[in-house]
Design a protein around this ligand. Sequence first.
Ligand code: DGJ
Length: 742
Amino acid sequence: MPIHIDETNQVFHIQTDHTSYVFKVLEHGVLGQVYYGKQIHVRADYANLLKREWKNTTPSYSLEDPGFQLDAIKQEYAATGTGDFRRPAYQVTQENGSRITDLKYDHYEVVQGKQRLADLPSSFDDDAQDDVETLIIHLTDAAIQLDLELQYTVFPHQDVIVRSANFKNHGVAGVTLDAALSAQLDLPDSRYDMVQFSGTWSQERHLIRTPLRSGLQAIDSVRATSSPQQNPFMMLARPTTTDDAGEVFGFNLIYSGNFLDQIEVDQWSTSRILVGINPTDFAWHLDPDESFQTPEAVLSYTDAGFNQLSQQMADFYAAHLVNSKYVKQERPILVNNWEATYFDFDDEKLLKIAKKAKSLGIEMFVLDDGWFGHRDDDHTSLGDWFVDPTKLPNGIGAFADQVHDLDLKFGLWFEPEMISIDSKLYETHPEWLIHVPERRATPGRNQYVLDYTRQEVVDYIYDLMSTVIDDTKLDYIKWDMNRYITEMYSTNLAANRQLEMAHRYILGVYQLYDRLTKAYPDVLFESCASGGGRFDLGMMYYAPQAWTSDDTDAVERMKIQFGTSYGYPQAMMGAHVSAVPNEQNGRMTSLETRANVAFYGAFGYELDISQMPDDEAAEVKEQVAFYKQHRALYQFGKLYRIDSPFEGDGNVMSWIVVDDQQNHAIATRYQILNHINAPYIRFYLRGLDPNKQYRINGGEATYYGDELMNAGLFMDKIFDEAAEVKALADYSSRRLLIDVVE
Ligand code: DGJ
């Protein structure tokens, strides 16, 4: 029983295996946050933690109750305008223009398990095997008959709590939600670092760690995608927390649109965390009897450092978010033609790549952008999902057959949310392009966005895509999204509903994903948004993998993949070996290092293998064979980060994946620049069984796990004579295969 309720004191204590989350109904029906952190015993009340001092100059609840001061209380889901001056969790504008509400506790219910949400990606507990429970707290504002349900689902064995809110208008007049966050958490102090994952196109999810300070600090998106600039995953860690030890909270949102992660440190150094849909450019009108469900926020805590947090969140996603069919399904090794050909290809050129792929052991051929309409560059044809006969004269179905005949899987690129002015679709339906009538529409990558708030758009694209999927017996879809949305307006929506547009847009996208994934359960989806621009949990629900970044340079990928790994499991990270000199930055790296980086993900190649010299092709063949042998470990093993490229001079990165039995592991240490007369290196492994003995790279010597983890390994040339020279070079990587001694 993870949810404990003391009826007398109205205390709610949610316990996971290692954490406790406690809140209570305070005076006047206000919900007060009591504690979130390492597990504590269940008690009837925690009166000591709720003691308050009267605060000068702070408004009181009433003349009769001067000591109850909302601004000085840690709350569960705070309103605005009635004495709490911190940013609120929600805001409601009413018919008379007032934004004052008074949502009071009414009752609670506990339900077993967790139902999926109807229109949003969400956590689930389909097989009801994981002791999952949901607590629903009902609050009501009697004056306007607005009801609020705060939902808390506890996933005890992954130490995760999922929160969301649902507003129901039972009144006679309409109301407008100006803000409706998914979760609020008021912590009693501010001795934390905020850890965020920020960047830009091709530099996604770089770790930034800064101490909290008085005032507001936030990351958000107003681009209508979760964005490469800021990722919705955020952590709060004590200043001493490391990958291996220390307290840390993780917050994420199962959502792909505009989000806000905000921390407000108030005058008394308490910290209010808000997670949810960004209130900027958002409002949602509720007519009588209408309701609004927020996306779900994911909260997790550990006192055992960042590695533990990442692992428990990854376990949670595997058990309760990712399509169970793909959770442990090894992902096919693919070759993608994008960086090999860009738009310049025909069936002959593609088949050469496919045949070569087959001979190297690669398992899937992915045809990227440019196969439809007359798309020879990025100005044209989006929306016209009909094959370009000048490139594939026998049709897309016949081409897919040829690939399948090679005994390769076949994958295809779509950008379903887009429209080009130069397209048949625009000729027929110019009104489907998102714009404000009579005003300039802003292009992005020479293209525009379809109005996914229109059901007919979702239906139309569904029909086109399913025709192609049927025709090609498709195995995989790369779903791209290459611009942010501007002029957010729909001629489909009433004037008082225009601020609903960004959320309605993503609901339309989710609907299409939902229909396609249900109709074609065997098609593997990979999400993409100019690389990693929509790398989030909303996408993960439908597409178990995502293209991590358009930056395929092995050195830059180290930071990108290392940063991403804090919040997302490695099987989600599409990672490919591309050509050198690298297309984007011209860097030369060895094929070995490129593969050693890309192995820690959903692995593939993105270069013209048909033109490869024989010695390189032979190396690729070996890499493919090696990866197949260790794929399950790379993709689903427990990942421990060891040396961070975000610390010190950033010259070294390393990590290790370990299997569940702690019998096999693969550690890789990457060095960016080689320094002359550099210090000796001790490499401290992680995650091994201290009492088991291991061999490294099949060598004679054996080592106890405790020695490898605590005393470390002296990194010289002993493990692999052949690697000696490479190990001394710039952009080098050393791979250690660690196997238990039988
Ligand atoms: C952006 C993606 O990230 C690339 O991998 C590629 O698919 C291009 N779009 C195609 O236009």
